[in-house]
Design a protein around this ligand. Structure first.
Ligand code: AVJ
Length: 316
């Protein structure tokens, strides 16, 4: 029988209202992408990962499957496998048999989601000790007490690192370097730079699922806060910005309008946008340089034949 331990490090109060009001007060107006993931947003993101245009998820899974034995050999014996944002736990299943860690520590902000997926994982991997840890890993990157010590591997798939701008990404990677300690590893999925038409299709799909995902943020604000966004007056925009090397997602105001959120009025001109997400893309070399600033050395790098996506193994 595997053992599941539940740890609650999530002591922070909800800042949704404050963050939305501060973000809409800026020009350009900005909202944080972490707020996409309410129940409907999470379901829409799942649907995105299955779209023909959205190559990252299936490509990364292919890379992990094709190289699972290689990854296990490079890392060697692992005591602890830590996954910040390990909410769904689908990708880690590919690695567990090869790595055979003593314990697995998924960290996620969503308590219910974490409980359900940890229980499902425990059924399939009865030899594994699971320390499900409820925390906002972007604020608190800390192991719960009572986890085994020894070589630690952090796993951060999905190119979620792309949501941070480069200085934030370096700070985040430094926090991971500190968590795994000297001799520890990070296995991280990073989306590669490529032709902008491929990138733009992945973030503006024909079926309109990404548009619904982006617009759902306004629906969430209307529902959870006292707000009156008029959805038909906003449109999804996604484009590749080659200077910083990132996909940008925006919500475009189709006419001059006023929106009230918790008693605060916000005016938007026609054509003005709310910036909702950045998704940075890195060449292998660019990302290795970024990780170097956080104290990591590149140990191995895997990709797919079409060079769409990359998986880096880094060591402190
Ligand atoms: C979850 C941040 C990796 O940037 O590709 C997908 C989010 N946004 N489509 C990404 C996302 C629109 C995704 N990440």
């Amino acid at each position: 029988m595997s053992s599941i331990h539940f740890h609650d490090l999530h002591s922070q109060i909800d800042r949704f209202a404050e963050d939305v009001i501060a973000g809409l007060s800026q020009r350009p107006a900005t909202l944080a992408p972490k707020y996409f993931y309410d129940e409907r947003g999470s379901a829409l993101f799942e649907a995105i990962t299955e779209l023909p245009e959205y190559y990252p998820t299936r490509t990364e899974i292919g890379i992990l499957r094709d190289n699972a034995a290689d990854i296990a050999r490079e890392v060697g014996s692992t005591s602890l496998l830590v996954e910040p944002g390990g909410g769904s736990l689908a990708k880690v299943r590919i690695l567990l048999e090869g790595l055979r860690p003593l314990a697995y520590v998924p960290m996620d902000i969503s308590r219910d989601h974490l409980r359900l997926s940890a229980a499902a994982l425990a059924e399939d991997f009865p030899w594994l000790e699971i320390h499900a840890t409820c925390t906002d890993y972007s604020r608190l990157m800390q192991l719960p007490a009572s986890t085994p010590t020894g070589t630690t591997l952090a796993f951060f798939p999905g190119s979620s690192i792309g949501n941070f701008d480069p200085p934030e990404a370096v700070r985040f990677l430094r926090a991971i370097a500190e968590l795994v300690g000297p001799g520890g590893y990070l296995l991280i999925g990073v989306d590669l730079k490529k032709e902008s038409a491929i990138l733009e299709a992945a973030y503006d799909d024909a079926a309109g699922v990404t548009a619904a995902f982006n617009l759902n943020l306004l629906t969430r604000i209307n529902r959870e806060l006292e707000a009156n966004f008029n959805l038909p007056q906003w449109r999804h925009r996604a484009f590749y910005n080659p200077g910083p090397g990132r996909i940008e997602m925006h919500l475009l105001s189709l006419r001059p309008q006023q929106v009230v959120v918790e008693g605060h009025p916000f005016h938007f001109k026609e054509g003005e946008t709310i910036h909702t997400e950045n998704s940075y893309k890195y060449s292998g070399e660019e990302f290795a340089t970024l990780a170097g600033k956080a104290g990591f050395h590149g140990q191995a790098l895997w990709s797919d034949p079409a060079k769409l996506f990359s998986v880096h193994l880094l060591r402190v």
